[in-house]
Structure formats: structure tokens, C-alpha cells
Design a protein. Structure first.
Length: 197
């Protein structure tokens, strides 16, 4: 393994350890020593790759959001806008079930938006990317006559709000509803609304 590969592997190891620490202790309650212990490296190694805790946290936020964005790109396997939008709804809902720690970490970051402007800007940037991706699918559907006319960005915002709302309620109380049933109803409501003229 060359130096570039080793550096990349070390950074990933530290990022994953930080994700585990945030999941365990919360955003504000872990130390660099905790990360070093979980990553099985020295604190010096962490500071070699990351300037400080804030630098590490912003890298983690970018990593977590990037993973979710990569999943969104995977919905592009079909050209049918109705199926693509359905895939997006199920993929976003699946993140909560299958990558629960990522969603919980995002919630921890949300608590910092009033104290840390960089965190607020980063989260806003990622939401803008999600909105744009979903709005593009909706616009294609409008162009093909599959969806009603309107503001695709507004519709995308509503879809994200529905998914986030369902996810938060489920994370607080998993027994409150059958998750897949509610997602299916959300999908039917969104697609039904967009297809009606």
C-alpha cells in the first residue's frame, strides 16, 4: 500500500470512529481521545489528518451527507420520472432504517446550527442538493406530461419534509406505525398528487 492509499485509509478509519463516537456519546459529549481509542490510533495521528475537532466534525458531516447523496444518484437507473421519484422516496426512507447512525448523526448536527454557522451552511448546502435532485426528476416528469405543472423546487421541499417527518417520528418511537406501510402511503400520496391534473 502506497502513502496516498494509507493516508486515505487512515482518514476513513478516523471518520468511521468519529461516527461511532457521535452515535454513542452525541455531538458534544465525545473527545478526541474517544475517537483515538475507537480508531485504535494515537491522538497525534488524528491531528496529523485533521486540524482540530471542528475540522474533523465538518469532514464527518460532509462524509455522511455524501454517502446519502451517493445513494440518491443510484436512483437514476430508470428514465421513467414516476419510477425515479418512487425510488427516491424509498431510498430516503431506507436511509433511516439501514443507515440509522447516519440519520442520528445528522440530527446531532442539526442541534448545532444556531451555534456554528459553518454547520448550518453545510447542512443547507446538502439540503439544496437533495432538493435540486428531486426537483430535476419532477421537472422531467412535467416535461414528459407525467406530472402536473407547478414549482418543482417547492414540490421537492414538501417531499423532503414528509420523509424527514416520518423518519423523526419513527426514530422516536419505532412502534408507533409500520414504517414500510407509512412510506408506501407517503409514496402513493406524493405520486398521486403530482400525477393529478
Amino acid at each position: 500500500m502506497n502513502r496516498v492509499e494509507l493516508a486515505s485509509e487512515r482518514k476513513t478509519q478516523i471518520i468511521n470512529a468519529t461516527i461511532e463516537c457521535i452515535s454513542r456519546y452525541g455531538y458534544s459529549n465525545f473527545s478526541m481521545q474517544d475517537v483515538a481509542r475507537v480508531a485504535d490510533v494515537s491522538k497525534g495521528i488524528i491531528h496529523y489528518y485533521f486540524l482540530n475537532k471542528e475540522d474533523l466534525m465538518m469532514t464527518v458531516l460532509d462524509h455522511v451527507s455524501g454517502e446519502i447523496e451517493n445513494l440518491l444518484v443510484g436512483t437514476e437507473i430508470t428514465t421513467d420520472p414516476v419510477q425515479r421519484l418512487s425510488n427516491v422516496i424509498w431510498m430516503c426512507a431506507g436511509v433511516v432504517q439501514n443507515k440509522r447512525e447516519y440519520y442520528r448523526i445528522n440530527m446531532d448536527f442539526w442541534t448545532q446550527i444556531d451555534q456554528k454557522e459553518k454547520v448550518r451552511q453545510e447542512i443547507a448546502s446538502h439540503y439544496a442538493k437533495f432538493r435540486t435532485s428531486i426537483a430535476n426528476i419532477i421537472q422531467i416528469g412535467m416535461n414528459k406530461g407525467a406530472f402536473r405543472s407547478g414549482d418543482p423546487s417547492l414540490y421537492a421541499t414538501l417531499i423532503i419534509a414528509l420523509i424527514d417527518g416520518i423518519a423523526l417520528q419513527w426514530l422516536f418511537d419505532e412502534g408507533i406505525f409500520v414504517y414500510d406501510d407509512l412510506v408506501k402511503n407517503c409514496e402513493m400520496a406524493v405520486i398521486g398528487f403530482l400525477k393529478s391534473n
